[in-house]
Design a protein around this ligand. Sequence first.
Ligand code: LLP
Length: 430
Amino acid sequence: MDHFHYRDRELYCEDLPARDLAERFGTPLYVYSTAALVGRLKELQTAFAELDPLVCYSVKANSNLGILKLMAEHGSGFDVVSGGELHRVTTAGGEAAKSVFAGVGKTDEEIRDALRAGVLLFNVESEAELDAIDAVARAEGVKAPIALRVNPDVDPKTHRYISTGKKESKFGMDIDRALRAADRVRSMEGLAMTGLHMHIGSQITSTEPYARASAKAAELIGQLRDMGHEIRWCNMGGGFGIDYRGGESKPLAAFAEVMVPVLKPTGCRLAMEPGRSIAGNAGILLSRVIYTKQSGDKRFVIQDAAMNDLIRPALYEGFHRIWPVQVPEGLPTWPESFEAAIPGTEPRDIVGPVCESGDFLAQDRPLPPVDRGDLLAVFSAGAYGMVMASNYNTRPRAAEILVSGSDARLVRRRETLDDLIGPEMVALEA
Ligand code: LLP
């Protein structure tokens, strides 16, 4: 969290006090650090340099146009899973030629548009999809560049909702099926198989699943080449875990250490699809306390960020560190653990205004006494935060800003109530 740090007990993003940002742009507010985003991209490019990597930033993690533009400016490619995400990429100045297109349900229209845009690779998830891409490509008079998404049947030991590389997952094909499909591809005129794709899951904090998946990839690449396919790309997906609690993640270099020696002999260029590891710790969510209350023994802090702004705690029991923007005297500015008891704090439920018991950002979390108007920071909220936000309870979605040094730029204005009801106004027409 280098780029979010405390000075004199006040939280800063780069050179700007979070309190000033909240006042200027309102709350709830997503705040992203340019230095953190670019720093992580460079770290990945460097760690895997030996494999001439193409980092395809996974748009689903945070698809804000400001972030996509920044990534494109620093040489990133993109991993997209819909025509909508590809539209964002090209609008923000990203190159389709550096973009890979995944997803189990690509429509003919999306396939055609992606072909016309000139994507680098379609990550193909089923035999039926091979037929669809082949047909669209032949109708367009081109050959579609494809990579089969293979399920290496490796357990990434992460939350079951974000585990994808097991045999029983809806993604990709198991190895036997993939080999049979690869055999068929040889006679499909609309397809050119130039890559192999794997993605085993998300928030993976151990290097071992990557070591096993890489070994399987290297072996498969040999088999595909024996069939006559000119495999130039090995795409190992995303999934590198980050620190949510503190200390659980591995440095990116540790993943490279187990993957590079196995993949290097293939001679392939490495493509990768990191989302969380770039954006996760490059963003925080700022909120303001509306009320505090007690019910039985429970102490509640009701603040203006809710499950509609950040659904990870409700959906995956996701843990986010939460701490005051201005830390009272006598408390650590950055506790070693945010779970163990901290002197001067009491366990509190940090909840939002949404009418659901599942509307919490944290439960029984040590927090010092706070008052109406105080600001809280929810850390590690840069990935799968705003992208999963909704308008539930007719709550306008938060504003997003991108900080660079002492400059803060609005990259998404706060929604208005008219933004929300606009598409429904047809209902009231005579
Ligand atoms: N590539 C593919 C094919 C994926 O399915 C994903 C994520 C990624 C790359 C990027 O993975 P990352 O590097 O960000 O781990 N909403 C959940 C995470 C869902 C991940 C979906 N796929 C969460 O909030 O934890």
